[in-house]
Design a protein around this ligand. Sequence first.
Ligand code: FAD
Length: 345
Amino acid sequence: MAADEVEVQDNEMPDWSAYRGVLIVVEQREGEAKKVSWQLLGEGKKLAAKLEVPLLALVMGDKVEHLAQEAIYYGADKVYLCESPVLKDYRTRPFSRVCLQLIDKVKPEIVLFGATGTGRDLAGAIATHLPTGLTADTTELDCEPHPSRLLLASRPAFSEKMMATILCKQYRPQMATARAGVFQAQSRDTSLQAEIIRIENPMKEEEIAARVLDFIRETGSINLEEADIIVAGGRGLGGPEAFAMLKDLADALGGIVGASRAAVDAGWIKHEHQVGQTGCTVRPKLYFAIGISGAVQHTVGMTGSDIIIAINRDEKAPIFQFAHYGMVGDLFKIVPQITAEVRKK
Ligand code: FAD
């Protein structure tokens, strides 16, 4: 729903005073949370502070109480926990029913999901049951304070050439999915305490037609957003063969291979490895930028990394402005040396 489609005068603003709070829907698989959930709690905390409301989290699954506790360590003021064997694996109907029941009862003014496969599916399913919009794949979130209390959800538009800020003026809750890696989680603080409220799972197994038989991970598929170490290569690699050298270093470090768009567009590596504006936004502990110049469309996707090491033969390459450590020289000489040193350890 674009802002200009729902233009209303302030004096026409409905009374939304029953809706308060920012709700983050925590995503997990087999008891392990997706990092984007904690990143959303970090961003949600800022929105909640601006609106002077509590930050709420919803944790759903089977035997996931530890994640409710984690949500508190990452800043939630109150956690709703729904545990049931029915929720062991993600399925749209039972998970969306839990969310809808909670939204109806608690009436949060903002609900945020990770823009992952699961988050997109869940948020979309919920939006179809509520008279509200959903802004998908946002990369910036802000809000106007009282009285409008509008969520300002921004995302790239027109082939990533512009940022569009999308408002939901006429309905509550305001809902958005947000890209992984864009926002920063607050540091995990085990001294934080908050209430965990158990809620009932509304669906019985017999009511659900879909069964999860197994999860099959596509051979060779990667998850850059969850990676702690990324070894990324660009046009400087000169061809697809050199990515084997990067894979060697990545394997030695326990990381995965990333790439610039130039390398992806050249067909040297699959798009799922691309970091940047039209690829993934990543926040690893360690990011190698090898033979990558540092164009803004690339750096926008990786400057949240804890440590950036750049290897480039051009000492004036912009990537050095973002790197914590830089090596000027030929990547074909430097990379095998680093790999050999790492393997010695
Ligand atoms: P180059 O800019 O060509 O840099 C290659 C570097 O390798 C140079 O700095 C060179 O000095 C170095 N080099 C060469 N040989 C060696 C050697 N032997 N040893 C050491 N260094 C060497 N880009 C992305 O990455 N991600 C995106 O998501 C993305 N989205 C985009 C969206 C839009 C709308 C547009 C317009 C562009 C987008 N781009 C994106 C493209 C971006 O603008 C750059 O063109 C791209 O990032 C350049 O990739 P590169 O750094 O690998 O190549």
